[in-house]
Design a protein around this ligand. Structure first.
Ligand SMILES: [Zn+2]
Length: 240
């Protein structure tokens, strides 16, 4: 059973500019990538999972397509020779993450997204309005995914994977993603993805501002295994 860490980032920037909420320092990101490389992990895009599950890989994802990612994060990724999957909210491109209220931050414009796609980054679907999909009714869920897919296509963005805002998913959400034509959907969870997981609901681990390398190592590699062992132990006790 191959396990794959799929990491969920948002903003990248100095705390003086971007704060600590859903942000990592550029130096922290560089150290994390160095750590993952030293472990011999290959960097894959979420869209690669449509075809093939890597033997020893890691997948970096960046939600919401913040301009801070473009300014501070992409230079780090590019200098490390790493590509990532970036999820754009079609109804807010070039605007702000207004769903975060006072903490709203600017989001990349279409030109920037197209340029990143040309550089080998994956640009995926993060819905039209960034609603928690599982709270919507079925036509609204399908509309949020389908209309975002269509808008991205009109703008020259070929989205092959979908990422559910807040990790909010349900059987209805995954059915809608499938109907729109997606094979891979990203949610959240404090565990590594496994190649037997339903591909339309893969768990990602959120990386926090304080995740400098020793803590990052714990969050990505140790804690998920401890949880698995604990769950395994509980299952054995139940069946004994
Ligand atoms: Zn988001």
């Amino acid at each position: 059973m191959n396990r794959l860490p799929i990491l969920c980032y948002h903003k990248v920037g100095p705390a003086e500019v971007e704060g600590r909420f859903l942000n990592v320092e550029p130096t922290t990101l560089r150290a994390q990538i160095g750590f993952l490389k030293r472990r011999g992990l290959g960097f894959v895009l979420a869209r690669d999972l449509v075809r093939e599950w890597p033997k020893r890989g890691v997948c970096l994802t960046f939600d919401d397509a913040y301009t801070s990612l473009l300014e501070y994060g992409v230079p780090v990724l590019a200098s490390c020779g790493v590509r990532a999957s970036i999820y754009a909210v079609s109804g807010r491109v070039g605007q702000t993450s207004d769903w975060d209220g006072e903490r709203a931050r600017p989001l990349m414009a279409w030109d920037a997204l197209r340029a990143l796609q040309e550089q080998g980054f994956e640009i995926g679907n993060h819905t039209v309005d960034h609603f928690a999909l599982a709270t919507l009714d079925q036509p609204e869920i399908t509309g949020q995914i389908r209309l975002a897919h269509e808008r991205l296509s009109q703008e020259g963005i070929h989205s092959l994977t979908v990422c559910y805002p807040y990790g909010s998913t349900s059987p209805n959400v995954e059915r809608a993603a499938s109907e729109v034509g997606y094979d891979v959907g990203l949610a959240l969870g404090k565990r590594l993805a496994r190649n037997g997981d339903p591909a339309l609901g893969l768990p990602r681990i959120v990386v926090a501002y304080s995740d400098v390398v020793p803590k990052f190592w714990y969050r990505v590699f140790i804690r998920p295994l401890l949880r698995e062992w604990r769950q395994f132990g509980a299952t054995r006790q139940q069946s004994a």
